[in-house]
Structure formats: structure tokens, C-alpha cells
Design a protein around this ligand. Sequence first.
Ligand code: 3H9
Length: 667
Amino acid sequence: MAQLVTVTKEGNVGLLALNSPPVNALAHPLRAELERAFAQALGDPEIAVIVIYCEGRTFIAGADIGELGKEPRRPDVPDVIEFIAAAEKPVVVAMHGTALGGGLELALGCHFRLATGNAKLGFPEVNLGILPGGGGTQRLPRLVGVRRALELVVGGAPITATQAREWGLIDAVIQGEVRPAALEFAEGLLRDRTPLRRASELTAKLEEPGLFEQWEARISEQQRGFIAPLRCLQAIRGAVELPFEQGIELERALFRELVASAQSRAQRHVFFAEREVSRLPGPSDSAPLREVRSVAVIGVGSLGTGIATCFADARIAVTVIDPSRERGLASEETKNADLIVEAVGDDLGLKREVFAMLDKVCKPGAMLATTTSSLDIDRIAEGTARAGDVVGMHFGTPVHAVKLLEIARARRTTPDVWASALKVGKVLGKISVPVIAHPGLAADRMLAQELREAFFLLEEGALPAQVDRVVRDFGFPLGPFAAIDAAGLESVWQYRQQNYGRMTARERSCDLLEKVYALGRLGRQTQAGFHRYGAGGEQAPDPAIEELVVNHSAARGITRRSVTDAEILERCLYAIINEGANVLAEGVVARALDVDMIWIHGYGFPIYRGGPLFYADELGLPHVQRTLVALQARLGAEYWAPAPLIERLIQEGKGFYGAAPSAPAAA
Ligand code: 3H9
């Protein structure tokens, strides 16, 4: 194995090169080596200036996320940074690639900072439910001012090297190779006898009174429900109000609180799940992938053009084909494309026609994707002589905004086509989730259970505004009724029509959806659905709907009662979790993380709860099981029979994600 840190000398400059692929994360072995090498350089009388830089594709991309939440091991990240910061010899750091989190904090602890022109610098900790815990919240505002520190730390997005130079975060943008540029800079320091500069000795400037209050308001609007942004702000406020050492203590205390929080556990789970999800589970992972350099999108509607824009943004050559145009499907672009994405209307006959035509004109080895979420992909594929090349690519809409992309394997889709389509999704910046059966199925089934409970709750005594408030307070962007209004009542109406035969008598008689639909209240598009909407889109409860709901209960002989918020949340959420366990057990998806990614990136499940199945693990499956059993006794086995998978996992002492958490956070 290559050495983690190599020390070389050029004259009086000692250069420490870190090399820990893939991203030089500050895991314990690297920290220990860095500390040892730095001590060696400090103790070497020939070395007057120390340079730190990284080999490989990037400078340190942060602390090792996998270590967060575990017992800290000395030297911890802050130990190493403070050791470097306290050095009496000038320390120069040279960054390339992505200098993030603990990596950038280490740079702030150094006395001079350089970055290559294409480097990105940032503090993404907030996205992991934590804050920069290596002195970043104290040094950064001292260097760039409070406003910019808030932007970087609360916002979480990186900035360019040029911006960093303008802000005073770095001393120079370097050209060419990192090592020679840093060496030249270090030699200049020696020549000019430049005194070393410690960020900790500066004063953090509050540009205007009331800035923290403005940011608090912004956070509660834009990052509703997340704890970390507020703690980031609190730590930065400490940089203004406290001496450096006390600010550092405050930062440590807040960091410890956050890293142990359920939100951060969930957000760290999401970080790894987002990377794992597009790898196919099982042996097919090793199948060689097909190259996709050119794409033809069939269909000129908003779906087709939206998909084409995605490919263009990812710099993949793409053409939109109008299938109604003469020779449209038989055009040269279709013939030469590596991937053809069909985005015509959701009609089986039409799609089969398109695929039969594609079969004739496309080159051998091209992948043929359909965007359907409801039709049987096998039926589409069977009209071709290359069913192995046919795969589902179901984009959420609007295409640019929804990150979820379901990649569906039909019965005869070959593993390499499935895996290649997943890779394409990743290149597009989507979260591509492999699904078996057909796309939308896992989520549709889970959603249907939630909606069933939401409607039952209405007829038992709740009103749409209450149900929506409770679900929104849990962290969804919209409650179920506001979500139906946003999507349009039509789709749920159709779903009910299609599934009528499978419904229980109570589900059929709970026909509030049909009643609202019959009034022509089709949702936001008609400015009225379960709520009413002003000209500017503002939502308000509608007394007409409340009356309709109350009358419905009376007509069904149901005595309305006061329904608590806790009951609403329990019934909506546990319906999702229980059905999630069923779709997993039935193999609609292969892994718990597929369910969680679908719900987070397609259906607004709060990131800081990690997805329905991760959340179930956090609650503790025995607690989930007890709750389901109680709901079953009260509301009926046809709706609430606990999923057998939950029972089995409990017997095996496991959760959906392997070993059951040691301290379930059941409430
Ligand atoms: C922190 O710094 C806390 C401190 O403030 C305080 C401490 C006291 N750790 O994304 P990719 C893995 S918190 C561990 O596919 P890309 C990643 O899982 C940290 N592993 O590549 C993947 O592994 P695999 C703050 C990490 O080129 C592989 O590297 N920093 C870490 O698309 C490649 O990653 C962050 O939050 C890590 N820090 O993007 C930055 N980073 O192949 C997080 C990556 O097994 N990282 N891995 O699936 C990123 O944003 C992106 O990975 C990066 C590269 C932009 C660097």
C-alpha cells in the first residue's frame, strides 16, 4: 500500500503529500500519519516552511463520514488541526479538486492557503446534519466576515477558488501543478520573511446588526425542520461574541450534540445510500457496461424535451425526435444512437408500435428505454426481437426538479442493460434506483395505503387542513391533500377506478375523492381541490370541503370524533412503513435503501428522517410491530396486519438495515 503521508525536502521547505484514495478523507490512519509526519517536519532543523498538499484526484474532502458518530479516536480531526495551527514554522496548504469540510478546516488552520483555479471549497457538513467541528465556524468568519461564513456553512454549497480569493479565504489562486506552485510560494515566504498569519488572531466582523436574526428567519423558511442550520448559526455567532478558545468549545459542544442526533444519523445514511443505490445488488454488478455517447429521445412533449435537456446538461449528445414526422423514427439520429428513450403518450398500442419500429432501425447493441410507469414493460418489449435491450427509465416530473429516476428491469432485460441504464441516471445527476416489476409500483402501493388512512381519518373526524399540517410538520413538503391538489385529482381518481375491484367495502364507500372530483375541483389547476387557492397560489382551508366531509360522515352513519395529531401521524406513517416492508419482501425492490431513496427523492420524505424504512429502524422494529398490532386490533386486519418481514427481522434481532440499532429511539 502506498504511504499515506510522504515527507520530502526541497531546500528549507518540507513538503507533506497526503495520499489516501479516493478522496483523501481524514480517516484515523491518515490523521495519525499526518500528525507524525508534521511532528517530524517541525522537529527537522533544516525545514523552515512546511507545505501540505494532496496526491490523487482531490484535496481532503472532509472527515471520514463513516467514522462520524463512532467513539472518536485520537488524534481526532480538531487535534490535528490545532497541532498544525499552533506551529511556529509557517505552514502553507495547497488545495485542488474538492476541499471540503474537515479538509477546508485543516486549510484554515494553516497559515497560508493556495488553491488551483478549478478547485471547489466548501463546508457541506450541514447536509450531513452536523456543523464544521474542526474550528471552521470560528476561523471562517474571522477570515471572510459573518455574512459569507453563514452563506458557506449554513448554505452548504461550495465556492470557486476565484471567489475564495476575493473573499480572503485563500491567499492566491495557483496555476499548473500543485507541488511546484506551492514550493515557489513557500520559497517566497522565506525570502520575504513573511510573518505567519493565524486566523484565530483575527476578529470576526458582523457586517450589520440583525444579520443573525435575518438568517434565523431564512432558515425556518428554507430549511424547515432541520436542526443543523440553526446550530451552525449559533456556532458562528459564538465567533463574534466569544474569545477564540471559548468559541471552539461552543463549536465542539454543538458538534457533539449534532453528531449524536437522529437527524444526522439519517442524513449520513442518505449520503451513503445515494451512492450505493445505483450499484446493482448481487453478482450482476460486475457485468460490463454499455457506453452511452449519443441519445435519441422520442417525443416532443414536455416529458421528452425535459429528458433531452437533462442529457444536454450532462453534455451527452442528444436529439429530440418527433415520431409523427415523416422518417422521424427512421432518422439517422435514431439509427446511430446508443440509447433511445421513448417518451410518447402512456398508451400500450402506441408504445408497441414505436418499439417495433425502433427494433427495425436501431443499431445492434443500442438500449431501448421506455418512460412508462404504469404499463407492462414486458408487453412493450415482446414486440421487438431484442427484449434484452429494453429497459424502463421512469423520470419524475417536472424532469429537471425531481431527482428520482427509476430504472426498471423487465423479465428479459439483460443485467448489463439494467446496470448501464443505472449508470446513465447517475451521469444525469439523478438518483437512479433499480426496480423490478414496474416503476412506480413500490411507491404507488405505499402511497395508496397512506391515502387510504388519510381519507378514513377524514370520515372519522379530521379535516384536510389538520391532516396536512401534521404530515407537513413531520417534514414532508406537502400533506397528502395538498399533494393531491398539486398533482391534480384526476390521477388519484383514475387509480381508484382501476383498483376498485380490489378495494374493501369501507374503502369504496369512503368516496370523498370522487365527491370532490365530481364538483369539478381538480386541484391547483382549477384553484380548488381539497383546499382552495388564491390567484397567487396561496392555499386556504375551504368551508365547502369541510361541510362536504362532515356531511359524508353523517351519510355513512359515522359519529365524528376529535382525532389527535398523534393518531394522524401514526396512521399515515405506519401505513407507509408496513407496505414498504411488503414490497421489499415481495422483491418489487431488492433493498431497503431502494425504498428509502424512492421516498426521499420522489415523494418528499424528509431527508432528516432517512426514509421510511430507516425511520422504522430508528423507531425500533419491536415498537413498530406493537403499534401495528394495536392498530390491527382497533381498525381491522385487512388494513393493518403487520408485514411478515417485520416479524421475521425481529426474530432474527435485525432491522431493515442489518443489526437492530442498540438504543431504539421509539417514542
Ligand atoms: C466533516 O468534514 C466533519 C468535520 O467538519 C469535523 C470533524 C470533527 N468520508 O461521491 P463520490 C466516498 S464531515 C468517507 O461517489 P464524486 C464515497 O462514499 C465531511 N467517504 O465521488 C464514495 O465511496 P464508494 C464533509 C467519502 O467524485 C467515494 O468516496 N465532507 C467521503 O462524485 C467517492 O465519492 C463532505 O461531506 C468522506 N468525506 O464526489 C464531502 N467523501 O465509492 C462528501 C466521499 O465506496 N463527499 N467518500 O461509494 C462528497 O461530496 C463527494 O464524495 C466528493 C466527490 C465531491 C468529494
